[in-house]
Design a protein around this ligand. Structure first.
Ligand SMILES: [Zn+2]
Length: 864
C-alpha cells in the first residue's frame, strides 16, 4: 500500500504545478474514492537535522586498554559552549559505558545521570553562548556489553573492536581499531555524536611497547612509561566530526611516502610490507590530482591508510587516517587480478567530501558517498582513460537500475527507519551518475568551480544539498532548482523511447522522443540532450532539451546513416532506440565512445539471426584492444557459435591463453566450457593452471570439473593451502565435492587461513563436505569444528553460516536415524546410539546458543 498512496500523493502535487491544458487524460478520470487508506501503513519517521543545543570545540582523550575484558579505560575532556540558547544541562552520547566521575576542569564534581546510553550532566548554573565550558568524564567503555545490531553497510555497531585480544586465534594478529560512522564513536568516548558537530582533537594512547598506533592528525610525541608500555600523543588542530575519529593499534609495519612535504603512510601487517607501494603507491599521485582538480589542496596534516582484520565495512574515510578491510592486503601477483585503486580513490576523495565538508545529517549522505563514488570515476578518467572510466560509470548505472527494480527513493531523503538504509545504491551509484550529469549540464569549468566554492565556503563545517545547489547557482548564474528537484528530491528515473523516420520526398528526418512513464508516479523530466546526426558529409551535433512527455525534432538534409541519441552518454535513464542492424554496425565502427560500441553490441544481441557483417563485427569485438568490449562480446558467443563454431573455439583458445587481461582469459575459458570439445577444454584449462593470474587458475579448476572431476581434484591438490582467497575458494569447493575423509584435518586447519567473507565461504564449503561424507566420525568432528568457529567468531555473517551448516547437519542426522542408514553401516545398534548422541549433542549446543546469543537474527535461524 505504501507505494500506491505515496505515488498518488506525488502525482497530485506534480499535476497541481501545471496548467489544466497539460493535465494528462488519465488524471482527469482518477477519483480519490478509489484510494484505500491502509491504517497499518506507517510512514518512516522524519529524520531532521540534529538540533544543536551545544557546540563541541575540542575533544581530548586519554585511553588505555584492557584486552582480557575488552574494555577501554578513558578520560575525556570536552570543551564546548551552548550553541545559541542558554543551557543548564548537557546531554552527551555515551554508549555502553560505565561513567565513574564527571568534573569541571577545576576538579569540581558535577551531578550526572546515565541512562539509555546518554550521559546527562546537571550544570551548577545556566550558561550562555559566550561561555566556554570544560568537562572531564572518567569512564570505562564496554563494547562487549553492546547488544545493538549492525546493518547491511556497517555490519556491527560496537564502535571499538578488539581483534584476537587474547592471542588465541592462530594466524591472526592482535589489534584494536574503531569504526565511528554513523554514530558509533560514542561507543568509545562521550561526545555529541552527530555529523553537524565539528571538533579539534588530541588523543593519548597507552599501549604495550610492541604495538604501533595510528590516529587522526600528527603523532606529536611518544614516551616510554618504564613498565613495558608507551604513550603516544596524537593531535589534530583542524576540526572534524566525531564520527571521523579513529584509532588503530597493532603490530603494523609503516611504509612512508611523501606528498608536498606531508607524510603519506601505509600501515600493513609485516608479511605485506614489501607490497605496500604496489597496493597504495598511487596515493601521492591521487593527492596531487584531486588537489589540482578541485583547486583545494588536501586539507589535513598527513594521509595514512591502515589495513585491519575483520573490518566491519569495506573501508572508512576517517580524517587523515583511512581504515581498509584486509581484502586490499595483497601480494604483487594477486594485484594482477585486483586493482584496489577504486577503493583508495573513494576514501581519499572523502577527505574533501565528507571530512572537510560533512553531510549535516544522514539524509544528506549523498554529499559524502555520491562524491566519493564519482571520485573513483574522476581518478579512472585521469589515470586509465575514458574507456575504463566509462565502464566504471556504466557499472554504477547497472547497479542503480538493479536496485531501482525493488527500491526507489529520493536521492536526499528525510524519511527512513534506520540510518544504514541510506548506504544504498542510490547514495553511491545513482549519485555518481547524477553528479556526472550535472557536470555535463553545466560544463567542466562551472562544475569544478562550483565544487571549489562549496568546499571553501563550508570547510570544517557541515552542509546540506541545497547549499551545494546554491554554490552551483552562484557560479553559473542560472537557476538549477529544476535539476535538483527532479534528481535530488524525487525518486526514479526516466524511461525514454526514441524512434526515427525519414521523409525522402521532403528530405526531412524526424526524431520522436517519448518519456514513457507511470503518470501517477513519475514526473516529466527536463533533460538536456545531445544528438549526433551522421551523414555522408559528416557529423552534426544538435543540442535539445526534452521537457515534454512527447517531442519531435526535425532535421533537413540527406538520409542519415545514424542518429546517435545522447551522444555523450551521460543521461541517467533507461531507453529504447529501435536502431536497425545496419545502423548498429555503423554505430559500432563510427561512433567515438566505448559506450557507443557497448550499446551496439547489446542491441545486436536482440536480433535472432545476425547478418554476416554483424558476425564479423562480433569476432572483431572479442579481439578488441579494450577488455570492456571483449567481455561484452564474449556474452554474445552463442551467436558466434551459430555463425562459425570452429572459428569461435579457436579464438577462445587463443584468448584464454594469450590475452593480456586476466579477466578476458578467465571469461574466454568459461565460454569455451560451453562450446569447446572435451579435448579443447582440457587443453585450455591445463594451460590456465600455469597462468600468472590466480583468478584464471581458479577458473581453470572450475572448468576442469565440468569435463574431468578426477583430474580436477588431482590438480586442486596441487594448490592446497594457497593464500589467494579466489583460488582457495575454488580449491575448497572441489574438496567439498570430491575429497575423502583423509582430508578432514587439512580442511579443519584451513580455518586459520581464512577471514571475513572468506571465512563465511569456508564454513559453507566445510559443512557441504561433512554432509556429503555422511560419516559418523567426520560428522562428530565437523560439528565440534563449527561449534568452535561459532563461539570464537565476532562476525555475524560467519556465525550465521555456522548455524545454517549445523542445522543442515541436524537434518541429515535425523534422516539417518529414521532410515537407519549411513555410509558406514546399516541398522547397527552402535550406530543408532551414536546418532542419538549426535542429535542430543546438537540440541544441547543449540540450547547453549539460545542462552548466550543476544542477536535475534541469529536466534531466528535456530527457530526456522
Ligand atoms: Zn564512501
Amino acid at each position: 500500500m505504501l507505494r500506491i498512496i505515496a505515488f498518488l500523493f506525488v502525482g497530485t502535487l506534480l499535476y497541481s504545478c501545471q496548467s489544466t491544458e497539460q493535465l494528462p487524460k488519465a488524471s482527469e478520470t482518477r477519483t480519490l474514492d478509489t484510494v484505500i487508506v491502509n491504517s497499518e501503513y506507517v510512514l518512516p519517521p522524519y529524520q531532521p537535522t540534529p538540533n544543536k543545543s551545544w557546540e563541541l570545540l575540542h575533544t581530548a582523550l586519554d585511553l588505555s586498554f584492557d584486552y582480557s575484558s575488552q574494555e577501554v579505560n578513558g578520560r575525556a575532556t570536552l570543551t564546548l559552549h551552548p550553541y545559541f540558547y542558554k543551557q543548564q544541562e548537557l546531554k552527551l552520547d555515551a554508549k555502553w559505558m560505565q561513567i565513574n566521575r564527571v568534573t569541571t576542569d577545576s576538579g569540581k564534581a558535577l551531578n550526572f545521570e546515565y541512562k539509555n546510553n546518554q550521559l546527562i550532566i546537571n550544570l551548577d548554573s545556566s550558561y550562555s553562548k559566550s561561555d566556554t565550558l570544560q568537562m572531564v568524564v572518567d569512564y570505562v567503555a564496554k563494547p562487549l556489553s553492546n547488544t545493538d545490531k549492525g546493518g547491511r553497510a556497517i555490519t556491527a555497531s560496537k564502535g571499538i573492536y578488539f581483534i584476537n585480544p587474547n592471542g588465541t586465534e592462530a594466524n591472526k594478529p592482535t589489534q584494536i581499531w574503531t569504526q565511528g560512522e554513523t554514530n558509533f564513536s560514542s561507543c568509545w568516548f562521550p561526545t555529541i555524536d552527530q555529523p553537524n558537530q565539528k571538533t579539534t582533537q588530541e588523543i593519548k594512547l597507552t599501549v604495550a611497547e610492541k604495538y604501533t598506533t595510528l590516529s587522526n592528525g600528527i603523532l606529536e610525541f611518544s614516551s616510554l612509561n618504564g613498565d613495558g608500555t608507551r604513550t603516544d600523543y596524537w593531535r589534530q588542530d583542524k576540526a572534524h566530526s566525531p564520527y571521523l575519529f579513529m584509532i588503530a593499534i597493532g603490530e603494523f609495519t609503516i611504509t612512508t611516502d611523501e606528498w608536498r612535504e606531508k607524510e603519506v603512510n601505509y600501515y600493513l601487517e609485516k608479511e605485506y610490507e614489501k607490497d605496500a607501494r604496489n597496493i597504495f603507491g598511487n596515493t601521492p599521485e591521487m593527492l596531487e590530482f584531486y588537489s589540482n582538480l578541485l583547486g583545494v589542496e588536501f586539507p589535513w596534516d598527513k594521509y595514512s591508510q591502515v589495513v585491519v582484520r575483520d573490518f566491519v565495512s569495506g573501508a572508512m574515510e576517517n580524517t587523515s587516517a583511512t581504515i581498509h578491510g584486509s581484502f586490499v592486503q595483497n601480494h604483487k601477483r594477486e594485484l594482477l587480478d585486483y586493482n584496489p585503486d577504486d577503493i583508495i580513490a573513494h576514501e581519499l576523495f572523502h577527505q574533501w567530501f565528507g571530512d572537510l565538508v560533512s553531510c549535516e545529517s544522514w539524509s544528506n549522505l549523498p554529499l559524502n558517498e555520491s562524491f566519493a563514488t564519482y571520485g573513483e570515476y574522476l581518478w579512472y578518467e585521469y589515470k586509465y582513460g575514458g574507456d575504463t572510466a566509462a565502464l566504471k560509470l556504466h557499472g554504477n548505472l547497472k547497479s542503480y537500475l538493479r536496485e531501482s527494480s525493488y527500491k526507489q527513493e529520493d536521492w536526499v531523503r528525510f524519511r527512513y527507519n534506520e540510518m544504514d538504509e541510506m548506504f544504498d545504491g542510490h547514495s553511491y551509484s545513482k549519485g555518481a551518475r547524477i553528479l556526472h550529469m550535472l557536470r555535463n549540464v553545466v560544463g567542466d569549468e562551472a562544475f569544478f568551480a562550483s565544487l571549489k566554492l562549496y568546499l571553501t565556503r563550508y570547510a570544517h563545517q557541515s552542509a546540506e544539498m541545497h547549499q551545494l545547489r546554491l554554490c552551483f547557482e552562484e557560479i553559473t548564474g542560472e537557476d538549477l532548482n529544476w535539476f535538483f528537484n527532479q534528481w535530488a528530491f524525487a525518486s526514479g528515473h526516466p524511461f525514454l523511447e526514441f524512434t526515427h523516420s525519414y521523409d525522402s520526398i521532403n528530405k526531412q528526418y524526424s526524431v520522436d522522443i517519448v518519456q514513457v512513464r507511470d503518470r501517477e508516479s513519475t514526473p516529466i523530466y527536463r533533460l538536456p540532450i545531445k544528438i549526433d546526426v551522421y551523414t555522408r558529409s559528416g557529423v552534426t551535433r544538435m543540442d535539445y532539451v526534452i521537457s515534454e512527455e512527447r517531442q519531435t525534432f526535425y532535421y533537413d538534409g540527406e538520409r542519415p546513416q545514424l542518429v546517435n541519441f545522447d551522444a555523450e552518454k551521460y543521461l541517467l535513464c533507461e531507453k529504447t532506440e529501435n536502431l536497425s542492424e545496419v545502423e548498429l554496425q555503423f554505430k559500432y565502427y563510427n561512433a567515438p565512445l566505448f559506450l557507443d560500441r557497448l550499446e551496439a553490441l547489446k542491441e545486436l544481441n536482440d536480433f535472432a539471426i545476425l547478418k554476416p557483417e554483424s558476425g564479423e563485427l562480433l569476432f572483431s569485438a572479442i579481439n578488441s584492444s579494450f577488455y570492456g568490449i571483449q567481455l561484452q562480446a564474449l556474452q554474445l558467443s552463442y551467436k558466434m557459435n551459430q555463425i562459425d563454431s570452429l572459428r569461435l573455439r579457436s579464438n577462445l583458445m587463443g584468448l584464454s591463453n594469450n590475452d593480456p587481461n586476466p579477466k578476458v582469459r578467465a571469461e574466454a575459458l568459461n565460454v569455451l566450457a560451453n562450446f569447446g570439445t572435451e579435448d579443447e577444454i582440457k587443453q585450455a584449462t591445463l594451460q590456465a593452471l600455469a597462468d600468472s593470474s590466480f583468478a584464471v587458475i581458479a577458473t581453470g579448476l572450475s572448468t576442469l570439473t565440468q569435463v574431468d572431476s578426477t583430474l580436477a581434484y588431482e590438480q586442486a591438490v596441487r594448490f592446497k593451502g594457497s593464500k589467494n582467497a579466489t583460488l582457495n575458494y575454488q580449491v575448497l569447493d572441489i574438496f567439498s565435492r570430491f575429497a575423502g575423509p583423509e582430508e578432514l584435518d587439512w580442511l579443519i586447519n584451513m580455518n586459520n587461513s581464512t577471514s571475513g567473507y572468506g571465512k563465511k565461504a569456508y564454513v559453507w564449503q566445510f559443512h557441504k563436505y561433512i554432509v556429503r561424507l555422511n560419516n559418523i566420525e567426520t560428522t562428530n568432528r565437523g560439528i565440534a569444528h563449527l561449534k568452535n568457529i561459532y563461539f570464537s567468531s565476532n562476525q555475524n555473517k560467519v556465525k550465521e553460516e555456522c548455524l545454517y551448516g549445523l542445522k543442515e547437519i541436524q537434518v541429515l542426522i535425523r534422516k539417518n536415524a529414521n532410515s537407519g542408514e549411513t555410509s558406514t553401516a546399516e541398522t547397527d545398534p552402535i550406530v543408532d546410539d551414536q546418532l542419538a548422541f549426535q542429535i542430543e549433542f546438537l540440541e544441547e549446543l543449540f540450547n547453549q546458543i539460545r542462552k548466550v546469543e543476544k542477536d535475534e537474527s541469529l536466534l531466528r535461524i535456530l527457530e526456522d
